[in-house]
Design a protein around this ligand. Structure first.
Ligand code: URA
Length: 206
């Protein structure tokens, strides 16, 4: 049976598919709104769709996605029980980094997803996703540890799985980050803060 989250998620996905807020929709085949569910309260935020994601309309279905699946399975997480999306929802040409103005244009969809899903923790994959919450920080300094934003959002930054495909040393670091995430999830009760702010009042960095 569909719950309210599923219906809201489908509405947001339809809105994202119709988005023309930045020029990326012109070169991409289709939008990649995000995939998964609110079941676990865990929200994964990547960088941008690549070739395979653009083709299939789903996040993390290429080589980086296979590694992400392996990391999730390694800590007993089912991909269908977490939500996975990206900082930008259309593929940048030639897989270049998303531009600041593209990240800003896509910001409203992050807010919409957070509003619908109210996740317990946001796991940022790579530096672009980390930069939404901690601009100017270095991922090598803060990965693998939970950290709260000034607004009380709980962020768990990890390296990007694609980076580990090119730099074998990062593979071990990512496995260690996911082990730390598993420990954190197992030892932190999923409670909401009483003083939690509504999502629309939260400061994120576009
Ligand atoms: N890398 C990302 O950041 N996102 C995807 O969806 C795929 C690869």
């Amino acid at each position: 049976m569909q719950d309210a989250h599923d219906i809201d998620l489908r509405l947001v996905a339809d809105e994202i598919r119709a988005c023309t807020a930045c020029p990326l929709h012109r070169s991409a085949r289709q939008a990649v709104p995000g995939d998964g569910s609110a079941d676990s309260g865990i929200f994964f935020l990547g960088e941008a769709p690549g070739y395979h994601e653009d083709l299939q309309g789903k996040p993390f279905v290429g080589a980086a996605g296979q590694f992400l699946d392996e990391l999730l399975a390694g800590i007993g997480l089912d991909r269908r029980k977490v939500f996975i999306t990206n900082v930008v929802r259309h593929r940048p040409p030639e897989n270049r980094d998303p531009l600041p103005e593209e990240i800003s244009a896509c910001h409203m969809w992050l807010l919409r997803h957070l509003e619908v899903l109210q996740p317990r923790v946001i796991v940022t994959l790579g530096r672009h996703a980390m930069g939404k919450f901690f601009p100017g920080e270095s991922i090598s300094r803060i990965h693998g540890k939970p950290r709260k934003t000034a607004d009380g959002l709980l962020i768990f930054p990890v390296y990007h799985p694609a980076a580990a495909l090119h730099q074998p040393a990062l593979r071990d670091a990512l496995h260690a980050d996911f082990a730390a995430l598993a420990l954190f999830l197992a030892t932190t009760p999923p409670t909401k803060e009483p003083e939690e702010k509504p999502v629309e009042q939260i400061t994120l960095f576009g």
